[in-house]
Design a protein around this ligand. Structure first.
Ligand SMILES: Nc1nc2c(ncn2[C@@H]2O[C@H](COP(=O)(O)OP(=O)(O)OP(=O)(O)O)[C@@H](O)[C@H]2O)c(=O)[nH]1
Ligand SMILES: [Mg+2]
Length: 346
């Protein structure tokens, strides 16, 4: 999964990026786009790896892109380049500054920054949607497609994001290839000063985030950077001193998985124990396609064992003997934590 860190200059994107990825990109300079991957921690994978002792253990990954804000004239603007970089992301994390930054004028105003960001995205989308409508009408495009774009135009003119439109009314199949900004799942990270790390989202901000069909969380990038620099055994104590129970990375991953309706399934063996990320509601055959296109094409059936069942019995044979191995067809909906073994024939 690719998540873009977006927001205005000096909001703390690079600091968040460093804390999450363990990299050490210079902060406070804008600069170029950076990429960094983090492993999604998963105790189930740890437990399966202890049983199988595989040659390779592969966790799910999130790739963060640190997209620099625009420096100079327009303080709250997004450059063309930034908009293009944002379009390339599967999901967006908007970093809002709520800490005093001596390099920037004025007190932080995260709600105003959220509105400004949203307004920029609405404008960029509106431009794209209007262009599509003009051309579509000239070329007598599919009326259903035009209707979908008309619906989006109406929403955007009312300053509502496309992601807030009910999926059953909006025909998403026509949006493929358009990369709208307000369609991207949005996670808003309020970047607070060190002393405020344990606070909840202010109600006005929480309300607006919900209106925009986004999710929100509070973090302090500089606290996170400090946690990331500590030895694992010292981290829990440091978090407790600040009134926190887990690092922002863990909360972030959980919130992002929920927002994107993602789940993990596993494949296991002596060679490899591996997590795969899919959307909720994915069928067994499509899930097989994540592993390899041959498995999707030649799909016969899936042997399915929920991870907790496997861990209770301890081996594939014991699961079989207990009659707990499920044989499922192509339309079976995969659940979080299912271990899949695909039978196929090509
Ligand atoms: N006190 C405090 N300072 C922070 C925090 N997060 C970032 N900063 C500081 O704010 C300044 C800007 O942070 P960056 O992470 O570079 O901001 P950015 O969003 O990447 O900025 P651009 O790349 O220029 O758009 C740096 O001096 C950081 O050290 C925080 O949580 N608390
Ligand atoms: Mg930066």
């Amino acid at each position: 999964m690719k998540i873009g860190l977006v927001g205005f200059a000096g909001s703390g994107k690079t600091t968040v990026f460093n804390a999450m990825t363990g990299l050490n990109v210079p902060v406070g300079f804008g600069g170029e786009l950076h990429l960094g991957a983090v492993r999604v921690p998963d105790r189930r994978i740890d437990a399966l790896a202890r049983i199988f002792q595989p040659r390779k253990t592969i966790y799910a990954e999130i790739t963060f892109a640190d997209i620099p804000g625009e420096h100079g004239a327009e303080k709250r603007g997004l450059s063309r380049k930034a908009i293009q970089q944002i379009r390339d992301q599967e999901a967006l994390c908007l970093v809002l500054r709520a800490f005093p930054n001596p390099a920037l004028e004025g007190a932080p105003d995260p709600l105003a920054d959220l509105e400004a960001f949203h307004a920029e995205c609405v404008l960029a989308d509106l431009e794209l949607v209007e262009r599509r409508l003009e051309r579509g009408k000239r070329e007598k495009a599919n009326p259903l497609e035009l209707a979908a774009f008309e619906m989006m135009r109406a929403a955007l003119e009312a300053e509502r994001p496309v992601r807030a439109l009910p999926p059953e009314e909006l025909h998403r199949e026509y949006l493929k290839g358009y990369a709208l900004l307000t369609d991207r799942p949005l996670l808003v990270a309020l970047n607070v000063a060190e002393g405020d790390a344990a606070l909840a989202l202010p109600p006005a901000l929480a309300h607006r985030i919900a209106e925009l069909s986004a999710a929100g969380l509070v973090l302090s990038a500089s606290v996170e950077a400090e946690i990331a620099s500590l030895a694992p055994e010292d981290q829990a104590g440091f978090l407790a001193d600040l009134g926190l129970t887990e690092s922002a990375l863990d909360r972030f991953i959980r919130t992002a998985y929920g927002l994107l309706a993602l789940l993990s399934f596993f494949t296991v063996g002596k060679d490899e124990v591996r997590a795969w990320t899919i959307r909720r509601g994915t069928h067994a055959r499509q899930a097989a396609g994540r592993i390899h296109s041959d498995l999707e094409r030649g799909f016969i059936r899936a042997e399915v064992t929920p991870c907790e069942v496997f861990l209770k019995y301890g081996s594939e044979q014991a699961v079989r003997d207990a009659g707990r191995l499920q044989l499922e067809g192509k339309d079976f909906i995969v659940s979080d934590g299912d271990i899949l073994n695909i039978r196929f024939n090509v």
